[in-house]
Design a protein around this ligand. Sequence first.
Ligand code: PEP
Length: 246
Amino acid sequence: MTDMRQLIAGNWKMHGRLAEVAAYAEAIRKAPAHVDILICPPFTLLDRFAAALSSSAVALGAQDCHPTPQGAHTGDISAQMLAETGATHVILGHSERRENHGESNAVVMAKAQAAIAAGLTPIVCVGETEDQRNEGEAEGVVRGQLAHSLPAKFAGVVAYEPIWAIGTGRTPTEADVTTMHATIRTALLAQLGEAGRGIKILYGGSVKPSNAATLLALPEVGGALVGGASLQAEDLLAIAASAPRS
Ligand code: PEP
């Protein structure tokens, strides 16, 4: 990896109210300087967060975007609209969107292209189900997702999130995370050439203060995508503090 600073990204999912933003932003400003911090709240909080985090090093991201810049798409929000709020990143292809909204790899790729065109950094999520892991298919599934979700000129971040580890308190073994991150790096190099070396690979799935140091120290782990534990600023700060220094 060219950039060794780790990225600790909080995915608030459909949590958070306007009244919580100021205190959270105030707390998260005190994040350690050796990591990059990204908060991805619901759309409704982006503008308020952007104001609350202004002149801080904490970055702001969204959790989805539409693949086109504008049009007759009721309820959708484009990457350009996100960029206008001050967001710099967008999570794409989270398993909850792949499953609950039927998002295919092709849709995720179109969204990633739109995000890049709007100047946003896409964070593309991949990961296997528990059955796929038990059947020995995890690496093949993830390779397939990368092959069909990442545009040819991908410039962004990949998040490996085993679906069975999300919100369950369970995590893969250190050996399994290491193997999968190595597989992802190999696939990125094959797909993107040398550019694949600079893509950060986050681990996501039940990261919390008690397991973060172990997970973040594994080879090719470039940071974490944190769901539940990101809702409390002190937990996200503790996770950030345990990230290795480059
Ligand atoms: C997520 O959904 O991106 C996630 C990693 O959730 P959790 O940390 O709660 O498992």
